[in-house]
Structures are given as C-alpha cells and as structure tokens.
Ligand binder design. Structure first.
Ligand code: GGG
Length: 356
C-alpha cells in the first residue's frame, strides 16, 4: 500500500457524468501505479435519478459522509425532469458552501491539435485562468416571492458581497498571478449599471491590488470583457469575477478554445481544512448522454488538478502531457472536436500515453 493513499468521493451525477467519471478513475489508477499513489474511490449515486427515487439529490448525512475524504471528483449535475435550481441547490452548492470551496479555479487553454473557432489564433494565444468567487455573490438564497399568483406578484433576489468574501477571492487571484509568467489580473465588473455591489467590488479590487505592486491590473465591464475574450483573448492572464460573471466567462473561455468539453474546474478550499471538489465545466449534456461519445478530457484534466492540489505535481503534469499528446496527435477524438472516436477510445489512448 502506498503511503500516498487517498480516499476520493466520486459523484458521477447525471447524464454524461456517468460516462466520463468511471474511465477517469481508471486513468487515475494507471497514474497511481506509475507514481506510487493509492486511491480508494467511494462512489455515490447522488443525482437527479436519486431525486426521482428518494426525493433528494443526496442523503441527509451526505455532506458529513464526505467531509473526511481527501477530495471529491464530480461529473455533472442536472437533468430534464428535475428543475435546475432544485438539482443544483440539492447537491453542488451545498458541497461548495459546507466545505468553504470559495474559489472556483477554471483554466482556459487553446491546445495544439484543437481547432480554434477564432480565425488566426494559435496555441499560446489563449492561456488564462478564471478565478470565480464560489460561495456568495449572485448565488444567494436571500429573497422571495410575494403576492404569488396575483397581479401584484413580485420576486426579489439579493446578491451578497461580503468584504471577507470579496477580499479573499481577489487575494487568491493576485497570488495566482504571482506564480504565472504574465503576472496580470483582470477584474470583471459592471459598476456602471449595478449601483451598490459592483462599485464595492471595484473599490476592494483597487485596495487589494495596492498590496501587489508587481502585478499588472485591468478592469472591464462584463459586456465589453465578453467581447474582448473573442477579439483579444491574448490580453488575459488571470481573470477574477463574481460567482455569476465567473460562471459565464468560464463557459465563454473554453468556447473560444474550440470545445467546452475539455475545460476543468476546481472548487478549492485554499486553507485545506476541507476537501476540494473537481468537476468539468460542462454539464450533463442530455442530448448526447448514453451514446458513449462524451469527451472525457475535461474530467481527466480535473483529475490532474486534483493531483496537483494533493501535492503530486509530477503525476499531475504527466496527465497533462498525456492530454497534450493525444490532442496534437492522430489519436481518437470525440465528435465535439470533429472526430468520430468514443469516450472509451480516448480514454484507452490516454492510458497508452501514460504508459499503461
Ligand atoms: N459539471 C458541472 C455541472 O454539472 N455544472 C452544473 C451547473 O450548471 N453548474 C452551475 C454552476 O457551476 O454554477
């Protein structure tokens, strides 16, 4: 038994989550053999299917059950038949909050061998990290509905921006920028239209940036920032945004690199007091679920992020090398990347790249 033994909570979730997570665990086992690691996978059936059978996405004791695990690997949450807010608030959001995973770390990179939808862009032109606030902001349950069903009906939805929450996500972004070649942080704001929270966000960004005089900064309103992602993606290194802005940018980012299916994310508890959770940015994709053609790269990249977080940088880099080699070579590719390969074809090719 390796001394580097880890217990991983595995939540395939819904739709294609069930097709990309199991082979990723198999690939992790291959990496474990090579790098003297050990994994115990504790698989959970928490999902919309469970909701239909038992009335809840996860059991009451679910959160406590995985709190002592070393990490969580999740596939996708949400499926037609369960309202999206019910599935998300019944599984993903409680985990992010209970375990203070207040950073959503979402790298965006254009790989060699993947067709870029932006004309003239080549690998190296798009290489950024979105740092999304993950515990508050627009994702808040403060609000309600009054006079339901009448002409006077209204709803109210509060956004919450605490000083603690705002400062810590910005500091995380600046610390991340310190480790990168470009050393630049861009803030996503909308302080012209959103009169309280976004001027506050700008104020905190200015204050925190003063702590990091060596880091270049920029600030864009979210609308023009979205346009600049398309016209000038090479401008961006680390981009910090609120929960909602970060979520949108981290779909747009992978979109401009050719396929959202390869994008990973880490829901990180930086203090490491609790497990962090790794999930691909893509959802459950009901349109292709069950066909065996889901692209596994997003989940495999997540597994690499997980290894990095657990301190196994060489094993993590090995997985990235396998992804790079597969993408730039003539190996199988799933239809989202213009190929006709299957999930299993790609996973086998990755295992071969890893020398298994
Ligand atoms: N694998 C990611 C997933 O299933 N995400 C579901 C989703 O829509 N999440 C929204 C969010 O991250 O805020």
């Amino acid at each position: 038994m390796s001394t580097n033994a880890y217990k991983i909570a595995v939540i395939p979730g819904d739709g294609i989550g069930n097709e990309v997570v199991p082979p990723t665990c198999r690939i992790l086992e291959a990496v474990a053999r090579k790098h003297d690691l050990g994994f115990t996978f504790d698989e959970k059936d928490w999902s919309c299917e469970r909701f239909h059978k038992k009335g809840a996405m996860m059991p009451e004791e679910g959160l406590a059950d995985i709190g002592g695990h070393d990490s969580i690997l999740l596939g996708a949450v949400g499926y037609p038949g369960v309202a999206d807010h019910v599935s998300l608030w019944g599984l993903l959001i409680p985990i992010r909050r209970e375990y203070k995973q207040y950073v959503s770390l979402r790298p965006v990179r254009l790989f060699e061998g993947v067709d870029c939808p932006l004309v003239g862009r080549k690998p190296g032109d798009i290489d950024m990290v979105i740092v999304r606030e993950n515990n508050e902001g627009e994702y808040s349950e403060i609000g309600g509905r009054m006079y339901a069903g009448t002409d006077e009906e209204f709803v109210s939805q509060q956004s919450i921006f605490t000083r603690k929450g705002t400062d810590r996500i910005m500091r995380y972004a600046f610390e991340m920028a310190k480790t990168r070649a470009r050393k630049s942080v861009t803030s996503a704001t909308k302080s012209n239209g959103i009169i309280h929270s976004m001027p506050y966000w700008d104020e905190r960004f200015e204050l925190i940036s003063a702590e990091y005089p060596d880091i270049e900064t920029a600030k864009f309103h979210i609308d023009i920032l979205a346009a600049r992602f398309v016209t000038n993606p090479d401008w961006f290194d680390v981009v910090v945004g609120s929960n909602l802005f970060g979520d949108i940018l981290s779909d747009l980012g992978p979109g401009i690199t050719g396929t959202i299916a390869i994008a990973p994310s880490g829901n990180i508890n930086p203090e490491r007091e609790h497990p962090s959770m790794f999930e691909p940015v893509h959802g459950s994709a009901p349109d292709i679920a069950g066909q065996g053609i889901a692209n596994p790269i997003g989940t495999v990249w997540c597994a690499s992020m997980m290894l990095d977080h657990l301190g196994h940088t060489e094993a993590a880099a090995d997985m990235i090398r396998a992804i790079e080699n597969l993408l730039k070579g003539y190996g199988p590719k799933t239809p989202d990347m213009g190929g006709n390969g299957t999930t299993e074809d790609m996973c086998r090719a990755l295992e071969e790249e890893l020398g298994n």
